[in-house]
Design a protein around this ligand. Structure first.
Ligand SMILES: Nc1ncnc2c1ncn2[C@@H]1O[C@H](COP(=O)(O)OP(=O)(O)O)[C@@H](O)[C@H]1O
Ligand SMILES: *[C@@H]1O[C@H](CO)[C@@H](O)[C@H](O)[C@H]1NC(C)=O
Ligand SMILES: *[C@@H]1O[C@H](CO)[C@@H](O)[C@H](O)[C@H]1NC(C)=O
Ligand SMILES: *[C@@H]1O[C@H](CO)[C@@H](O)[C@H](O)[C@H]1NC(C)=O
Ligand SMILES: *[C@@H]1O[C@H](CO)[C@@H](O)[C@H](O)[C@H]1NC(C)=O
Ligand SMILES: [Mg+2]
Length: 433
């Protein structure tokens, strides 16, 4: 086996490809010597000798598959979704966490099309699912991947890498699929493209026993309709629909793949990035403000801290406010003032930007002090959130309306919170048995 370069490790480190662990229709999985828990996922080179047009088209596809898988997994990973993807290795291979795969394809649909219409006669193409429609299929080539119910999956009593796939695990996969779809749907919407449906697979990380999104997301994993228009579809369906594989037709398929490959990179580019400005009445509230900043950064939002008192230096407070209003960058102010909170209300009465009061309440007078953040004169629209982390989350939700990368972090964090609760409950149940 050739020794290949693994660029996230020191340049002198050579990636030693070991045994082939698995092989399917489109991929081979190799162990990596001295890197337990990691594998190399190699796309099979299906290029068979042919005419120039055919070869051309294959090259387009390889680059497209490369860019799609790495960009999509990066987007999901950076959002906070647990995936097996570690790093792109070459045009056709990436490094991933070694998983035992759960033999189920999870399908998530926003718009009815394809096989759904055949299985549900009477439903017209274009029917919109809200909430999303979930389906699952057992990966069984011999039987054409039959559709399964949750009950069938539970009764199969799969156990992978020591993790029994029961109620809790099935719910986690179901919920994760919805979150993953919504994140990709939002991302594609920035390119005026409808994510129609998607299929994904999960595995159990052999090292951590966690359920993670695994395998790949590529040209074959979804349907994409620019401007929601089926006739402009840019996915593998175009290829399936070809009546005759002519060089001209293949050029169209290739151009479509290039379109996706170009756009997919843009999914990672933020359009408008906003900022949070935390104003504190006194540096004695610094620890509280640092918590807000830390949480903002976790959502990918920059955050600056300023000291100003609306009681003791109102002119200075308004001057600082004007600094942030003057450059057109979307801003959310968070006012941190103990005792009587004049800061947030004064800011709110004088700015069109959202203001969040986040007063650091103390046990002695907190119950009285909080009213200075709650009872406002008419004409003021500031909100009040007591937890510093929650104040940052609310700011992220505001920016998430226009910034899909921030929205995705909020979405993944909600999923992860839900999963933690579910797992905590399961652990408790196991202990009390
Ligand atoms: N991170 C991973 N760790 C271990 N196995 C994986 C990983 N990602 C994918 N696989 C498995 O590699 C095999 C080959 O993939 P593929 O060619 O897509 O197979 P199939 O034809 O069954 O869809 C499949 O069994 C797939 O589940
Ligand atoms: C494959 O993806 C990697 C990582 O995004 C990139 O550096 C490389 O240039 C890509 N190769 C091709 C042929 O697109
Ligand atoms: C996923 O969960 C939803 C909501 O609980 C449920 O209606 C649906 O049947 C589940 N889907 C599958 C495929 O298990
Ligand atoms: C989709 O990409 C894979 C590589 O991941 C490639 O083998 C396959 O042929 C492509 N599908 C089509 C329809 O081109
Ligand atoms: C804020 O206060 C300043 C100084 O009084 C004033 O010039 C400005 O118009 C006010 N802005 C708003 C939005 O009320
Ligand atoms: Mg596959």
């Amino acid at each position: 086996m050739p020794a290949l370069l693994l660029s996230f490790l020191p340049a002198t480190f050579l990636l030693n490809i070991g045994e082939k662990l698995n092989e399917g229709k489109t991929k081979q999985i190799f162990e990596i010597v001295d890197q337990p828990g990691l594998v190399l996922v190699q796309s099979k080179d299906q290029i068979t000798a042919g005419n120039a047009a055919r070869k051309d088209q294959m090259e387009g596809k390889a680059a497209m598959a490369n860019k799609t898988t790495s960009s999509v997994f990066r987007l999901l990973q950076e959002s906070g979704i647990k995936t097996a993807f570690v790093k792109q290795h070459s045009d056709t291979a990436f490094i991933a966490a070694h998983c035992e795969m759960i033999p189920i394809e999870w399908v998530c649909r926003r718009v009815a099309t394809g096989s759904f219409l055949k299985r549900n006669p009477g439903v017209k193409e274009g029917f919109r699912f809200s909430p999303l429609k979930m389906e699952m299929f057992f990966k069984d080539d011999a039987n054409n991947d039959p559709q399964w119910s949750e009950e069938q999956l539970l009764e199969a009593k799969f156990c992978l890498s020591g993790l029994p796939i029961g109620r809790c695990e099935v719910d986690i996969m179901n919920r994760s699929t919805v979150a993953i779809f919504e994140i990709l749907e939002r991302a594609w919407a920035t390119q005026d493209c409808t994510l129609v449906d998607m299929k994904i697979e999960f595995g159990v990380n052999v090292k951590t026993q966690e359920i993670v999104l695994a395998d790949v997301i590529d040209n074959d994993s979804w349907r994409l309709w620019p401007s929601g228009d089926r006739s402009q579809q840019k996915d593998k369906q175009v290829y399936r629909d070809l009546k005759e594989v002519t060089p001209e037709a293949m050029q169209v398929v290739k151009r479509n793949f290039e379109w996706v490959a170009e756009r997919v990179k843009m999914l990672l580019e933020p359009q408008v990035s906003g900022r949070v400005v935390v104003l504190m009445g006194s540096t004695s509230d610094m620890a509280h403000c640092e918590k807000i900043k830390k949480a903002c950064v976790s959502f990918g939002i920059s955050c600056s801290l300023r000291v100003t008192s609306a009681h003791k230096g109102p002119d200075e407070t308004l001057r600082i406010k004007a600094e942030y209003e003057g450059d057109g960058i979307p801003t959310v102010f968070v006012a941190v003032a103990g005792r009587s909170n004049g800061l947030g209300p004064v800011m709110s009465g004088n700015s069109t930007y959202p203001v969040i009061n986040c007063p650091p309440l103390t046990p002695d007078w907190g119950a009285q002090d909080v009213w200075s953040s709650l009872r406002m004169p008419s004409g003021l629209g500031c909100s009040t959130i007591l937890s510093p982390e929650a104040a940052a989350q609310f700011a992220a939700q505001i920016f998430g309306l226009t910034n899909h990368l921030v929205w995705s972090k909020v979405r993944a964090s909600m999923l992860n919170t839900w999963v933690s609760l579910k797992q905590a409950d399961q652990k408790l149940q196991a202990c009390s048995l």
